[in-house]
Design a protein around this ligand. Sequence first.
Ligand SMILES: Cc1ncc(COP(=O)(O)O)c(C=O)c1O
Length: 380
Amino acid sequence: MKFDTAAIHIGQEPDRETGAVIPPVYLTSTFAQLEPGQTHGYDYTRSGNPAFDRLGATLAHLEQAKHATVFGSGMAAVTAVISTLSAGDHVLAEENIYGCTYRIYDQVFKKFGVTIGYLDFSDPANLAEIEQQKPALVWIESPTNPLLKIIDIEAVATACHAAGTELLVDNTFASPYFQNPLALGADLSLSSTTKYINGHSDCLGGVVCTNSNEWDEKMVFAQKAIGLNPSPFDCWLISRGLKTLSLRMEKHAANALTVATYLERLDCTETVRYPFLPSHPQHALARKQMRGGSGIVTALFDLPFEQVLKLISNLKLFSLAESLGGIESLICHPASMTHASIPKAEREAVGITDGLVRFSVGIEDADDLIEDIQRSLDAL
Ligand SMILES: Cc1ncc(COP(=O)(O)O)c(C=O)c1O
């Protein structure tokens, strides 16, 4: 089944009992048992609910995975994976990972003896470190948040497997429509379903997809044992959003390319990053491993800090907000918002400086979006 058909039909068959074309949501915490231990397949929503299975089935198919476990947020999915590590385990991660992933390693799991080291995974010379350090897990994002670095997933997966370790790719920014990390050799593909997969900025969710039965068992265990489960209603919403993923992603990508091209021509931008702009340093790699550039654009403005803040606060269509991947356009200042949890020196060393602005380009009319930015610039 092709992507568009699977997004609508897999896991979303009409209700067997009533014929309801849209499967119902079971808003229940517990399920009656026929006799002790004999259930209809579910006993308690923390360890399973039909809405989890339906969403998981769709996501597994779209990510080209055997298994998908859904969680209450992207960070719950991150927690599930890290919770499988033991004291003394070392993780090697891309130096430009999401701020809260950095923070959970640094402020939560470090206390339990899990250590983490950072590398620039976009530099192929650094891949030799995997063999040298033999980490328990390698953790990357591609494109990265917010710098949109593209990492060669296939090359990192090959280096990981040669060293006897495994690779997790955070696929939040690309979505399964534009990139399938497991097909490129990754062992785990994690997403915050809060973003493109749901696409409507009305609930939180996360997912871990894998072809490994052992990883699947660990994820299902973490979901119930740590209480990382989502709410059935949120899964129902995410399943609804997921049905239009391809349409939304096509429009996000077209609008983002238009906005990036416009920003690149401005005198006040020093650099503009968008994976499908020919000027992107890993443009060829992006085209090789992604089917589209997705909807995020970052621009480094050559303006004083106060003017950058004015520019982003005066926009009318781009709301100043954390998050990304919804139908509406958002703008964010990573240094003071999403990545504020990373110490300033470390943040700046990887390129998250005060002039950097992240645009989550929505699916409005691109002309209106450009007019909005131009109006705000004119007012400076
Ligand atoms: C790349 C990436 N991974 C994980 C997360 C965490 O997801 P959530 O906010 O759903 O917990 C985010 C959130 O912005 C993200 O951008």
